[in-house]
Design a protein around this ligand. Structure first.
Ligand SMILES: [Zn+2]
Length: 319
């Protein structure tokens, strides 16, 4: 139900698309009543916000509905997000095939600063994308926008097949989100590569003997995904990149948009090779990419010293 008390047409968006913006009061303003309450008792929030109560803010485009409140985001952030999301819609549609895009608008919520919240960017059980704001060097709200939108555009597929219950599927889906994101949004500066060469970030885990075997990541996804995130996210994305470079993009799409359970046997049938052989080929290929990156060892050292607080999962301890 539309209950906006104010709405206005903004000027055409960055790409000539009309972007509608709404500003809605989250609560009817009763300044006299609020002032009276504040004067006789301690009311939560009294005196906290000289600009007045937070208002809900929105930005809408053809394929997205961005929402937040004035306490958690700015209208400029919503407008930037919706412009970038529309670009990503087109790029991801080209990547996966427009027939795989949903016939509905995707909702994206900007939930405030990461430092104030537990958890991370995610898709909720209704398919809504939730983003947290990091510092500017980490992409602000949008360091993981491409990754999360890839997930969100697969929501209907997940539910059609209940594919998250399949063997290997969590590994494949997480890998695919990052694999697509790094190709459609190569300028992104957020997790897991930040501003470093992705070949170096992914490859240095192997080069230093700190990789997690793909079979372990496939079999123990729920246990290791978050705990070992700095290893798991780039290693999985490069596993799919290896398949694309060796077998072609269609092989990747046949696997990640499977209509039958994604067992080891299913993947071997698509590729014509046992999954253990695929894993061995991937490791050799990723090591060669790392070795070919100019100044790889020095850049890896810089990456690790910059993030020397990150948790590194170890064989014998974590897996
Ligand atoms: Zn993800």
């Amino acid at each position: 139900m539309e209950t906006d008390s104010q709405s206005r047409e903004a000027q055409a968006g960055r790409h000539g698309r009309r972007v509608r913006r709404y500003v809605r009061q989250s609560h009817p303003a009763r300044p006299g009543l609020i002032a009276a309450l504040c004067s006789i008792t301690l009311v939560a929030g009294c005196g906290e916000d000289p600009a007045g109560p937070a208002v809900q803010i929105f930005a809408d485009s053809e394929h997205f509905h961005f929402q937040s409140t004035s306490a958690l985001a700015t209208q400029a952030e919503l407008d930037e997000g919706i412009s970038r999301a529309e670009e990503l819609w087109n790029a991801i549609g080209t990547f996966v095939g427009v027939g795989r895009l949903p016939n509905r608008r995707i909702t994206v919520r900007l939930d405030g600063d990461k430092r104030d919240r537990n958890g991370g960017d995610h898709i909720d059980d209704r398919g809504v994308v939730h983003l947290l704001r990091r510092g500017p060097a980490f992409g602000g709200y949008f360091g993981a926008l491409a990754h999360e939108i890839v997930h969100a555009l697969r929501y209907d597929y997940w539910h059609q097949y209940d594919s998250w219950s399949w063997p290997n599927f969590p590994f494949l889906d997480e890998g695919f989100a990052e694999f697509v994101a790094m190709q459609v949004d190569p300028a992104k500066t957020g997790f897991p590569y930040y501003w470093f060469n992705p070949d170096v970030v992914a490859g240095h885990w192997l080069a230093r003997g700190e990789s997690i075997p793909p079979a372990t990541l496939r079999d123990r996804h729920r246990e290791l995904n978050t705990k070992c995130e700095h290893q798991a996210y780039p290693l999985r994305a490069y596993w799919l990149l290896y398949i694309e470079q060796s077998w072609g993009r269609q092989a990747v799409l046949d696997i990640v948009y499977a209509e039958v359970p994604t067992t080891d046997e299913f993947i071997a049938n698509v590729l014509g090779q046992d999954i253990e052989q695929v894993d061995d080929g991937w490791a050799a290929w990723l090591l060669s990419r790392y070795a070919a990156a100019p100044g790889a060892d020095a850049e890896a050292e810089e990456f690790r010293s910059h993030f020397d607080g990150i948790y590194v999962c170890r064989v014998g301890t974590d897996f």
